[in-house]
Design a protein around this ligand. Sequence first.
Ligand SMILES: [Zn+2]
Ligand SMILES: [Zn+2]
Length: 396
Amino acid sequence: MVDAGSLTQNVILLKEYHLCRHCLIRQADVIRRKKAAANTDDDIDDDDNNKIQGEGRVEKRTCYLCKGLFERLDEIAKKALLVTKQYRQFNTFVVGATLPTQLYEREDALRARLKIRGRESIKNHLTRELGVRIAKMLRKNADYSRPDLTINIVVGKDGDIETSARARPLVLLCRYIKRERGLPQKAEKCPLCLGKGCNLCDGTGLNDSESIENIMTKHIVKITGGRSPKFSWIGSEDPYSLVLGKGRPFYAKVSDPKVRKPKQHKFVQAGIEGRIMEVLEEVPYTPERFLVKTRIACSCDRAIAQDDIKSLRKSLAEVQAKFENRSKIVVKKIHSVYAKRIAEREFALTIVADGGLPIKQFVGGEQYIEPNISRLLDAKCKCTAFDILKVDFCRL
Ligand SMILES: [Zn+2]
Ligand SMILES: [Zn+2]
């Protein structure tokens, strides 16, 4: 308990500092408690400040704590507004600030001396005041938990102000169709920024050689005005595979997007057709289950008889393929099978299976997978090519 006497003492001490109205109110517990001790409970007002700051005299000295920062709220808010201009679609924002350490040190020392505890920090106070001003100017709301835009104010030692802004990442569910063979699915990272996005890679984070990831990135960056999208692929294929039907789905998480509701949804380049299907809040946490229809071209080291085809159809229907992945046994179900003899030593399989079945391994059987085509035919078989005909999420 602090008695009224020592509170009065603290108020006297507070008078020694020249504080602006904002910085004074921030320490106001001292004043409140003094009033409580005197059995009044009206809030601090201008009169009180003036009294404390010198019995009504208006002094034009710089504030001991903020060094005039709070006098510049409107100027700073206007400067912050400029950096929001490039963001064309956002509803909510938050203001963050980095202040020089001397500022905290001064306030800490003052509060230690006056035994002021549990009051708002100068940084909180500043960002709150700026937030109110910016909200009014933008006609948008502040949101602390999940803002679309984060505005950053950096105050230098000499009071110089730098402002920047960054948008919350955008998550897109996309699909691509690949009608020409040859392009690899995944890209290599930009050698300079290693994926962060820089001027060399034009913000994509990838190197130049063409890939599906590269093409998707380029268009998604252009459409959203964002940087270095990160992909979560739903399955994978070979460079020589085609991807048909509605295409392969994938998620793209785009950093610092300038729009949140892209207008353009479709793009085509080098036989690759991309499409933005949905704008989502997050990439799903658990990997989604999906079904893949794959056409597999197989070769065999012996002649294939019609009976072999029949037995494949029979033994693969509704079978569970088991294999090892990172020392865990994984089970993928084959939902349907269609087999056809193509030439003396060639045949084709069209299967619908759980996503993630390793096709080449499933045909060749060199690494552990049970059942596998080589074993079923008791001959050496090989997957020569495979095309993705359809990829569907199995949403239960
Ligand atoms: Zn101040
Ligand atoms: Zn780069």
